[in-house]
Design a protein around this ligand. Structure first.
Ligand SMILES: *Cc1c(COP(=O)(O)O)cnc(C)c1O
Length: 262
């Protein structure tokens, strides 16, 4: 392996440990267990080598914000994982299997989802973070019903007050949650938000606190039952603040993979 590539993977290992340490510290500061927080590695700037290396380190949750890239990366990684399984099967007699390698990964769709892309995304993802309208939920439900599936999702909250951003305005969140809860092929798992200005920690904290309030409102209204337990907020710049405000799922890209587009 060329040395630049080797050092890139060393860097990834370092960043990974730095991020997971920071997540653990933020969890403990807010009185929770580190393994209560799920970190999604957002792979939009990652190279295929970096994604494979992360999975070999035992990482399970991966996220993409664009449908086409998601579908491509799922295919590449599936091929890698199935090759590894074949090798592991062949190596079993010599006990050379890799104990850190997960048998599968979980993909998350974290970006805006257009209704005409539903059928491409659903088969590949464990959780859709970006439900932002009743129409999208209805189309998703119709698709899931046809295939007799249950699709797990989060409602994306627009806490920024900026109508140009994706997500449901705060006051409308509870009602959409109730409507989704009445659709038998959808399972509402919680809420997601993006801070309005990742460079303004004060602003970000207040966005996270507002989303956490909405999440508690849904739970105390007993809208979606105990499965509604995911609060997805926090990115590279602000994940420790998000955890302190109650996030139990964070979505990290640049802090792991750097800033360059792949
Ligand atoms: C890109 C992206 C992230 C990760 O952002 P970083 O700043 O690279 O950590 C998280 N959530 C969504 C929805 C994204 O599109």
């Amino acid at each position: 392996m060329p040395s630049t590539q080797t050092s890139a993977l060393h860097q990834l290992r370092d960043s990974y440990h730095r991020v997971t340490d920071q997540i653990a510290e933020a969890a403990l500061r807010s009185g929770r267990q580190p393994d209560n927080i799920i970190m999604i590695a957002v792979t939009k700037t990652a190279s295929p080598d970096q994604i494979r290396a992360l999975v070999e380190m035992g990482h399970v949750d991966l996220g993409e914000n664009r449908v086409q890239q998601l579908v491509q990366r799922v295919a590449v990684l599936d091929e890698f994982l199935s090759r590894r399984r074949t090798l592991a099967g062949a190596a079993k007699k010599s006990h050379a299997g890799d104990p850190d390698m997960p048998a599968h990964v979980r993909w998350h769709m974290i970006g805006h989802l257009q209704r005409n892309k539903i059928k491409q995304v659903v088969p590949h993802v464990r959780l859709i973070h970006s439900i932002d309208s009743l129409r999208l939920a209805e189309d998703l439900h119709a698709f899931a019903a046809r295939l007799d599936l249950t699709v797990e999702l989060l409602v994306q909250v627009n806490v920024t007050g900026n109508p140009g951003r994706h997500g449901v305005a705060g006051p409308a969140v509870l009602h959409l949650a109730e409507q989704i809860d009445s659709m038998v092929h959808l399972k509402l798992r919680g809420l997601m938000c993006m801070a309005s200005d990742v460079d303004d920690p004060e602003q970000a904290r207040s966005n996270f606190a507002r989303t956490a309030d909405l999440f508690h409102e849904i739970n105390s209204a007993k809208v979606a039952g105990s499965a509604c337990n995911i609060l997805s907020m926090g990115m590279s710049n602000d994940f420790t603040d998000a955890i302190e405000q109650g996030a139990n799922m964070v979505r990290i890209g640049r802090a792991l993979f750097g800033d360059d587009e792949a």
